[in-house]
Design a protein around this ligand. Structure first.
Ligand code: SF4
Ligand code: SF4
Length: 115
């Protein structure tokens, strides 16, 4: 079974549109939403992302909702499907930001396959 892992130079999940994330309604509290709004640039990208290198500039102190290993446990789909849920989420983010045939998608698929 494939294991989830985050890949370097991706950042596809660092662009927010809370209007399209009704799945987070019961998970994020008011403080989280205020923090996300304060972190989000007008074009939706997180202000803490080094866009050129696609690296988080506050990685060690990033908010709890950016810590996939911990945050995923708050989703019932994760408790049911485990890493498959995380893999599908990453693919969805990568597809919508970079496209299905992007180098990010190829790298992600390669890394989770362990090739
Ligand atoms: S979309 Fe997935 S692989 Fe890409 S940065 Fe986010 S967690 Fe990592
Ligand atoms: S704080 Fe870091 S990990 Fe979280 S969305 Fe912003 S750039 Fe991405």
């Amino acid at each position: 079974m494939k294991s989830w892992t985050c890949i370097e130079n991706c950042g596809a999940c660092c662009k927010f549109n809370l209007n399209e994330r009704s799945d987070l309604d019961d998970i994020l509290n008011k403080e989280d939403i205020a923090l996300i709004n304060s972190m989000t640039a007008k074009d939706g990208w997180c202000k803490n992302l080094d866009r050129e290198n696609k690296k988080c500039l506050i990685y060690e102190s990033r908010p709890h909702f950016c810590r996939v290993n911990e945050f995923s446990k708050t989703f019932k789909e994760y408790l049911k499907s485990g890493d498959k849920f995380l893999i599908d989420c990453c693919k969805q983010h990568i597809r919508s930001i970079y496209g299905y045939k992007s180098k990010e998608m190829k790298t992600f698929k390669m890394v989770i396959s362990g090739k």
